[in-house]
Design a protein around this ligand. Structure first.
Ligand SMILES: NC(=O)c1ccc[n+]([C@@H]2O[C@H](COP(=O)([O-])OP(=O)(O)OC[C@H]3O[C@@H](n4cnc5c(N)ncnc54)[C@H](OP(=O)(O)O)[C@@H]3O)[C@@H](O)[C@H]2O)c1
Length: 318
């Protein structure tokens, strides 16, 4: 098959397609601007001119990646050229109490995806996490820094990285927010509609990353089959406390309602430890001269403009 043929008939399979990131990845490959995305986004626009994608949106009800036979069946039926593997058990605190389930989905599930992709010659893009690091670095982590996850979730996601064939793509991201899932923007807006206190930690720092922006980069690295690990986050580093203030301000609430606390004062304490420093230097993208994602404040403004006050959710933010 020539490169031209490949781009003419390319098929992509998205795991976890019903999740907040998966939903936007499906939109990006289908040539739609994801909710809160940038019209004319170079990443998505490039796809539009280069190729027509046939998208298989494999949500959890269609594909459980921990089921080896089910993964093989769908891959042999679809025969995708590219797989965006966004499906994962992302309930970080619950993972501490059920490591077997975390490893079955995040590690073994990725083994199944890698094996099935190998059989049909598909390129795998695996979405991974800042939680592979312990957060003790005094600077943002580059792709080549030593990993040392502190939680079951982080260990199971790192184990998933280890299941991939050489030449696959790993995209590590952080503090993910989008229109279609549980996230901190939704949590802050829900709390703002209630009367109780709003306390957020000021000693965990990272980069909020908006799925509408991240999806475009996943589409580019997938369609170009770029090998290796990439850190992909929106630009700028903040704390959860500062982020909560920014969400309130952008949504027209009083940011002074939020009180800063330290992690040890969280009540009840969270079962899974979080890295104090989650900042990821997007070094591989930068060194390759590729476009960096805009500042997180820009992504937040676009998300709120596109969704209005996001529907309250009782789901736990990550
Ligand atoms: N959220 C973050 O802050 C964050 C940060 C860094 C990296 N990531 C990574 O980004 C990716 C997308 O996360 P997200 O934020 O979009 O989370 P999400 O909304 O929870 O999406 C994950 C999706 O995977 C599905 N899933 C769960 N178990 C599965 C299984 N056994 N087989 C197939 N699908 C399964 C979930 O379905 P159900 O809801 O039905 O279980 C959900 O639709 C994940 O790989 C995650 O590890 C997330």
């Amino acid at each position: 098959m020539t490169g031209r043929d490949r781009y003419a008939v390319s098929k992509v399979l998205v795991t976890g397609a019903g999740g907040q990131l998966g939903t936007d990845v499906v939109d990006a490959f289908a040539g739609r601007v994801p909710t809160g995305g940038r019209p004319g986004d170079r990443a998505t626009g490039r796809l539009g001119v280069r190729s027509a994608w046939d998208v298989t949106a494999a949500d959890h009800s269609l594909l459980d990646v921990s089921d080896r036979a089910a993964v093989q069946t769908i891959f042999e039926g679809v025969r995708p050229h590219v797989v965006i593997h966004a499906g994962a058990w992302t309930a970080v605190d619950a993972c501490e109490g059920d490591p077997d389930r975390a490893y079955a989905v995040n590690a073994l599930g990725t083994r199944h995806v890698a094996e099935a992709a190998r059989r049909v010659g598909a390129h795998v893009v695996y979405v991974s996490t800042d939680y592979v690091f312990d957060g003790t670095s005094v600077r943002p982590y580059v792709e080549w820094d030593r990993t040392n996850p502190m939680s079951v979730y982080g260990r199971s996601k790192l184990a998933g990285e280890g299941e991939l064939d050489p030449g696959s793509t790993v995209v590590r991201t952080s503090w993910v927010c989008g229109a279609h899932g549980a996230n901190m923007v939704r949590t802050v807006l829900r709390l703002a509609s209630q009367t109780g206190p709003m306390r957020f930690v000021d000693d965990q720092r990272g980069s909020p990353t908006f799925t509408a922006d991240l999806a475009g980069v996943l589409a580019v690295v997938g369609s170009e089959r770029l090998p290796g690990t990439f850190h992909v986050t929106n630009a700028g580093v903040t704390s959860w406390y500062e982020f909560a203030q920014a969400v309130l301000e952008a949504a027209g609430h009083d940011p002074a309602r939020v009180e800063p606390i330290t992690t040890d004062l969280l009540d009840p304490p969270r079962p899974a430890p979080r890295p104090a420093n989650s900042a990821l230097d997007n070094a591989a993208l930068r060194l390759m001269g590729m476009e960096q994602l805009p500042d997180w404040r820009d992504g937040l403004e676009r998300l709120l403009a596109a969704t209005g006050p996001m529907a309250a959710s009782t789901k736990e933010a990550r």
